[in-house]
Design a protein around this ligand. Structure first.
Ligand SMILES: [Zn+2]
Length: 500
């Protein structure tokens, strides 16, 4: 029998520099979904990693006097360190230099070549080294007689070379149909964008190889060793390698039908029109969902080294002191459709108002009272109907929101429950009662439900609170208000210190 499975990926990142909060935004989202589905009993595979080939890395390595392999080897631990600092629990960290991946790239190229989807030709055009991409008229920016990259603003180079093409035109109609039928590219607005572009420009054949004389740092084509695979197709194929395509059929058959790719909107075209075409050529279904998000921008621009507006992961970790707080703040900002401006004072006010004053304060107050008034033992009591109903509807609502990748709204819904628990406590004044069992039990139940729902975003805090109050974390689907027999509160932790 096959159980429920969930496969989630991040893009693999260029290890030419340390990851910043833009990378963290995508990776934390993937981890939140992985944890949510894991908690719900799914067999989860979470893939992230690094995109290690290509001209950009070849040049970055040359600049510091290293071989490309030495250079990427030195960067991979940096990525792993940040993911560990942010409590990212991936199943595999894939590198495009991993032997099983290089082997897969060769097998895929051989297959596409034999099927006639890959053919030799020549190419010329304006090329950006940083993007590793050709730009056509209408795409590049013209300024002072120069042609500039629309992303980097750097002068483009005129490049003329032999190459191999991928016959996208052969599958255009099928791919258009997949994207148009909806549900795959998510949110839907991005699907419309891709459909519009395919309708306007058509799916033109694209170059999938570079001559080795120009780029030596890549996977050699099995049928022509003078060429290496273009870095973008090498990178896309990681999603297949990671779960054992052409190597471990059981694993591949289990996870691929449940594939969820998370990407930033800048790589939408590659991950939809082009990636779905490659999959079609291989006889594979598209991913179940391509989840596309907008950016956290700084001063209106996407964060990037060349823009000089990068916010480092260290900056946030130092300010807010815990991975959970940083994860929470990033997910509170999450917006798939609209860019969100990075604003330190806004983050401070969310942190102080929600984490410290609402959640932290409630945990502290309820814990202290349970210890002081009842020696830490709080047996089951009559549920408060209002609180019980709000807790039940919150559980349901959060599950619906997470299924729609509305993590920020899910957090807001959870905090509505916490705010209500705070005012319930103020109304019932358990500190003034001889026997505060009932209000304390109800408060703790609301806290427990919220803590469970917060687990995917704040795993360390949830576990800490569950230990301190003596309850277990439940799969959200089995979570119900009033199900705890007796609380045995051991301590009343202070979760978040306010920032000034
Ligand atoms: Zn560029």
């Amino acid at each position: 029998m096959t159980g429920k499975a969930f496969y989630v990926t991040t893009p693999i990142y260029y290890p030419n520099d340390v990851p910043h909060i833009g990378h963290a935004y995508t990776t934390v989202l993937a981890d939140v979904l992985a944890r949510w589905y894991r908690l719900n009993g799914y067999d989860v595979f979470f893939l992230t990693g690094t995109d290690e080939h290509g001209l950009k890395l070849q040049r970055a390595a040359e600049k510091v006097g290293k071989t490309p392999k030495e250079f990427v080897d030195s960067m991979v631990p940096v990525f792993k360190k940040y993911w560990s600092l942010l409590e990212i629990e991936y199943s595999r960290f894939i590198r495009t230099t991993d032997p099983d991946h290089e082997e897969l790239v060769k097998k895929v190229f051989q297959r596409l070549y034999e099927k006639g989807y890959v053919y030799k030709g020549s190419y010329s055009g304006w090329y950006c080294v940083s993007c590793e991409k050709f730009y056509s008229e209408g795409e590049y920016v013209e300024q002072g007689g120069q042609k500039l990259c629309p992303i980097h603003g750097k002068p483009l180079e005129w490049v003329e070379e032999e190459t191999y093409f991928l016959r996208l035109s052969a599958v255009q109609d099928e791919v258009l149909k997949i994207i148009e039928s909806g549900g795959t590219v998510f949110p839907e607005a991005y699907a419309r964008e891709v459909v519009g572009r395919i309708r306007k420009e058509g799916l033109k054949d694209v170059s999938v190889a570079r001559p080795k004389t120009r780029v030596y740092w890549g996977v050699e084509l099995p049928f022509d060793r003078d060429f290496v695979a273009y870095v973008w197709i090498d990178a896309l194929l990681n999603y297949l390698t990671g779960i054992g395509f052409m190597r471990d059929d059981d694993s591949f058959q289990k996870y691929w039908p449940e594939a969820h790719h998370i990407i930033g909107k800048d790589i939408l075209w590659f991950h939809s029109a082009i990636w779905f075409s490659v999959l079609r050529m291989l006889g594979l279904d598209p991913p179940k969902r391509l989840i596309v998000h907008a950016y956290i921008v700084n001063r209106g621009l996407k964060m990037g080294k060349s823009t000089g507006n990068v916010v480092m992961i260290d900056d946030l970790l130092e300010r807010y002191k815990s991975a959970d707080a940083v994860r929470y703040l990033l997910m509170r900002l999450l917006n798939l459709e609209k860019d969100v401006e990075f604003d330190q004072s806004l983050l401070d006010s969310i942190y102080n108002g929600e984490l410290a004053d609402t959640y932290g304060n409630l945990v502290r107050r309820a814990g202290v009272l349970a210890l002081r008034k009842l020696g830490g033992r709080v047996p089951r009591a009559d549920p408060d109907p209002g609180l019980a109903e709000l807790a039940s509807s919150t559980i349901k609502r959060v599950a619906e929101l997470i299924a729609e990748v509305k993590v920020s709204e899910a957090l807001t819904a959870t905090f509505d429950l916490l705010r209500e628990a705070n005012s319930y406590m103020n109304r019932t004044e358990p500190w003034a009662l001889d026997d505060p069992t009932r209000p304390l039990y109800n408060t703790l139940e609301a806290l427990r439900v919220a803590t469970n729902l917060l687990y995917p975003v704040m795993p360390v805090t949830s576990e800490l609170v569950s230990r301190a109050f003596g309850f277990q974390l439940f799969p959200p689907a089995e979570l119900a208000f009033g199900q705890v027999e007796e609380y045995r509160v051991a301590e009343a932790p202070i979760l978040f210190q306010k920032v000034k």
